[in-house]
Design a protein around this ligand. Sequence first.
Ligand SMILES: [Ca+2]
Ligand SMILES: [Ca+2]
Ligand SMILES: [Zn+2]
Length: 431
Amino acid sequence: MKTILCSLVSLLFIVTGNAQQISYPICGHDLLMNTMEEKHPGYRDVVNATFEAAKARGANSRAAGGNDVYTIPVVVHVVWNQPEENLPDSVILSQMEVLNEDFRRLNADTINTRAEFDSIVTDPMIEFDLQEIIRVQTSTTFEIGLLGGLPDAAIKMTSGGGSDAWDTNCYLNIWVVHMTSALGSILGYAYPPDGLPNWPAGSAATQPEFEGVVIEYTAMGRNNPNAPPVAGFDIKGRTPIHEVGHYLGLRHIWGDGTGAIFGIPDCDVDDGVADTPNAGTNSQAEGCDFTKNTCTDGSPDLPDMVENYMDYSTEVCQNSFTQGQVDIMRGVLEGPRNGLLTGGCMPINIEDIAHEKGLSVYPNPTQGVLNIEAIEAPISIEVFDMLGKQIALSEDNHLLNQVNLSGMDSGIYLLQVTFETGATTMKIMVD
Ligand SMILES: [Ca+2]
Ligand SMILES: [Ca+2]
Ligand SMILES: [Zn+2]
């Protein structure tokens, strides 16, 4: 499942490959890219543009000394059919620990990172804050179509037998389910970020409520009683690390070259990250081979970085992100996914709240004073910049309130108005 060009070819690979080795560590990212590209020609270009913008943003922010720890609020949806799929809290909490170790480079196995990579691996400074575990029992089965159709409308919608997302602008939703597929087992999939203004017209199928990460229930946590007993493929909670990597804009470390589908090293495509050594194939077949070196690039020529979370090496082998990858992930958090940095919004229909409270915000755009009027006094009125930094807070409010934004740079800001029973967030523009 590694080509980004043709899911049919991936299908052949799965069917003809070594079933046991091939069928486990599979990520549905490529499947997803293919499906989206078929539905919306140009999708890949938009993702690429987002990726390049994020890379530049993250690197610039680092150069400017930006090194805040970013915290992502997380909602886990356990959508279960068979009892074993209803994972206990302990497994979810174990997975949260793995996220908070690996995205802070606090994982004990960093001692296994080879010395030649010491200078490029780094701490992403991203943490995860579990807000809620939602459990939904379902009779629906979640099947990946033969041509790669993903069961989003079932998994991610209550009406489809799954569980509705909490607002995907401000929460990372992780759905834990059992998926079936004739393609083999898929351990997870995630959408790369979108949300740039150059999104092509007619892209409605990329519903915002489908953003997030889907994980096969056997791949969660370090203590999962259902983890598949496949020799060499110990589950260490690294599938969600890999999928969150995609969610934050990362590509596979081998660059998804076409030849790689057949195990032929394809060194002409890379992952768009300068510091990760070029790799021609993924490491699925090798597991954890420190001698693997499929491409010659640079001097000294580095081996394939099987330690990287974005490879298909075994989970016990993976322990690192590089600085280049971290720049992209942080750039995505500062750009298309910056709503995640506002501390989470309330899990309610925000349009309903704005309507229910008769909320009116004017003028928008504003050149200075913004009026915020409602039929109930808000508990708080907050304004955030697009980096998620709070720039205004009012906790003493009335039915008509004014926030003075004169002196702020021109641009887009987020206004969050919180009432007793819910909150709403909207974009405002300062001219
Ligand atoms: Ca690279
Ligand atoms: Ca090399
Ligand atoms: Zn992947």
